[in-house]
Design a binder for this molecule. Structure first.
Ligand SMILES: [Zn+2]
Length: 275
């Protein structure tokens, strides 16, 4: 039984990613194995293809590792770039956003979706991997704290969320929780739709003009639904779809926000349930 479990675990990209991180030593591997994913034998469902991408990472930046079971929410973003921006370009933007005292490790989102605006035909629709799900994101506001459910509270209390730099021994960072609430980045993943779906403003010069608003296509909505459902099949604790300005004041994700209900309905059609 244990052998079977190991085979299942080794077949998960989870562990491959963990290997890539450098700082994951043998004791940490054991720790990951104490918290196996709720592996669904039907995975991978062929709901959507996910392209792989190797990203440059800033080895001077620290980041936090979490068991994927900590994550229960997909947070939708737009990138505020052109819709044809590549995932590698988004990674460069995020690396450049860091400062000497607060460097960013890599792309903040866990998935990147390329797709045209409604009425356009380019770029070709595509989902690409972002940062591994085992690394807490950097997308929902760095100082947003949200409640934990009992399972998340247990993972936290068991000190399963550890932070550090590559090639360092990761340590427990008590500041991720305040008054019983945890940083939203720890319990969520970011899914970004490349493009700028918010109106022009001083702080959003690439936004659309009032006469030509931009909307996601039916195909884009379907891609978000398929990706979310595919994730829920793999990680059954994934049960919410939210959007960036649910957490704090920002124009992100623009008009995509008003399609979240439709995206949940589409996900239901694939056998998934999201709140
Ligand atoms: Zn956002």
């Amino acid at each position: 039984m244990k052998g079977l479990f190991l085979i299942i675990l080794f077949s998960q990209s989870l562990l491959l990613h963990a290997y890539d991180l450098g700082f994951v030593s043998v004791p940490d591997m054991n720790q990951i194995m104490e918290y196996p994913s709720d592996v669904n034998p039907e995975w991978p469902l062929e709901l959507i293809d996910i392209a792989k991408q190797d990203y440059t990472r800033n080895t001077k930046a620290s980041f936090c590792m979490r068991p994927p079971e900590m994550v229960d929410t997909v947070v939708i973003h737009h990138s505020e770039t052109s819709s044809s921006a590549t995932p590698a370009y988004i990674n460069e933007l995020h690396l450049a956003r860091g400062t000497a005292t607060d460097p960013w490790y890599m792309i903040a989102y866990t998935y990147v979706i390329n797709s045209p605006y409604k009425g356009a035909t380019v770029p070709t629709p595509l989902v690409t991997d972002g940062r591994p799900i085992e690394i807490a994101g950097a997308h929902a506001g760095s100082n947003v704290f949200i409640p934990m459910d009992s399972e998340q509270a247990k993972i936290w209390a068991d000190k399963k969320i550890l932070c550090g730099k590559e090639n360092e021994v990761p340590t427990f960072d008590a500041t991720l929780v305040k008054n019983g609430k945890i940083k939203a980045n720890v319990t969520t993943i970011g899914v970004v739709i490349n493009g700028n779906y918010a109106p022009f403003a001083k702080n959003n010069p690439g936004g659309y003009s009032k006469r030509a608003p931009r909307y996601p296509t039916d195909k884009t909505q379907d891609m978000i639904a398929r990706l979310s459902c595919q994730l829920q099949k793999k990680y059954p604790r994934m049960k919410y779809i939210k959007w960036h300005n649910y957490y704090h004041d920002t124009s992100c994700p623009g008009t995509i926000k008003s399609y979240i209900g439709q995206i949940k309905t589409l996900a239901k059609g694939y056998g998934c349930d999201f709140n």
